[in-house]
Write a protein that binds this ligand. Structure first.
Ligand code: SAM
Length: 288
């Protein structure tokens, strides 16, 4: 029975092991059973699933995952947590804990070894200092994934879900929406964690597309264009791109490409949709 979501039980485990929170690892443990249940429901886990949990902490969410999933693989960087996890997860035979850094873990190989190459579901209360590298790493390395359901900083969740013309819209929105459909499923206040973080949090579910919704002649080139467009977001797109120093983005070329697309040369990058960015990148790429 999952028991760690109850604050007194978490405190008892922390005291027994004299555990000291490590700020550098973004350790904010969940102590709210209704939030834990909400995450599990949103992730739609059943016994056919193999779940990858990033940063199990003392195993609070791992217990819930173990009860719903067929298999759970949990990767934890902090060596001090491993003996704790051995105790808290002892009743669950379907859990494997690996000590290591998720950014250095070959998740594709894990999926192959633990799930016969079938897609994993990722569920985590992420360490906020590396949210973007973790998520983009999973997408870019073409790891077989069905969905990613994660707790992140509220502003980051909002940026992932934002659309053109809004203040939160940017390179992260476009990168995430190229690979997945994002949905914020819950907002979570600081008092649901121990210790309390200084920021609000949200659970976001990213449902991976089988194939991206737009066709890019060259993905790297598309993302280079997007990053350049938002590097100076208050500028007109043609100036922001020209300022990036990339030869492919000279003012004349961008102006001609925008004209071919029927878009004003005065436009700012923040107004362009993902499919317009893809079209622009294909035009600039082929005219290189
Ligand atoms: N899942 C637990 C919970 O919800 O209570 C803990 C979540 S806490 C926000 C983030 C966890 O990720 C911590 O246990 C931390 O040690 C771990 N962590 C931080 N950086 C990591 C990394 N690079 N690789 C794997 N785990 C990491």
């Amino acid at each position: 029975m999952a028991t760690l979501g109850i604050p007194q039980n978490t405190i008892a485990v922390l005291q027994k092991y004299q555990f000291h929170f490590q700020k550098k690892y973004g350790q904010n443990f969940l102590i709210d059973t209704s939030v834990l249940e909400r995450i599990i429901r949103a992730a739609h886990i059943d016994k056919a699933d193999c779940v990858l949990e990033i940063g199990p902490g003392i195993g609070t969410m791992t217990q819930y995952l173990a009860e719903s999933a067929g298999k759970v693989i949990a990767v934890e960087i902090d060596k001090a947590l491993i003996p704790i996890l051995e105790e808290t997860l002892a009743p669950y035979e379907n859990v494997t804990v690996l000590q290591g850094d998720i950014l250095k873990t070959d998740v594709g190989e894990l999926a192959e070894r633990c799930n016969g190459g079938k897609p994993l579901k990722v569920v985590a209360n992420l360490p906020y200092y590396i949210t973007t590298p973790i998520i983009m790493g999973l997408f870019e390395k073409s790891v077989p994934l069905e969905s990613i359901t994660v707790m992140v900083q509220k502003e980051v969740a909002e940026r992932m879900q934002a659309g053109p013309g809004t203040k939160d819209y940017g390179a992260l929105s476009l990168a995430v929406q190229y690979y997945a459909e994002p949905e914020i499923v819950a907002n979570v206040p600081p008092n649901c964690f121990m210790p309390r973080p200084n920021v609000g949090s949200a659970v976001v579910k990213l449902k991976r597309f089988e194939k991206p919704p737009v066709e890019a002649a060259d993905e790297k080139f598309l993302f280079m264009l997007i990053r350049a467009a938002f590097s100076q977001r208050r500028k007109m797109l043609i100036n922001a791109l020209a300022g990036s120093g990339e030869a492919a983005f000279s003012k004349e070329r961008t102006e001609a490409a925008l004209e071919a697309m029927g878009i004003s040369a005065q436009i700012r990058g923040e107004k362009l949709t993902l499919s317009q960015f893809a079209e622009l990148s294909n035009l600039l790429y082929t005219s290189e």
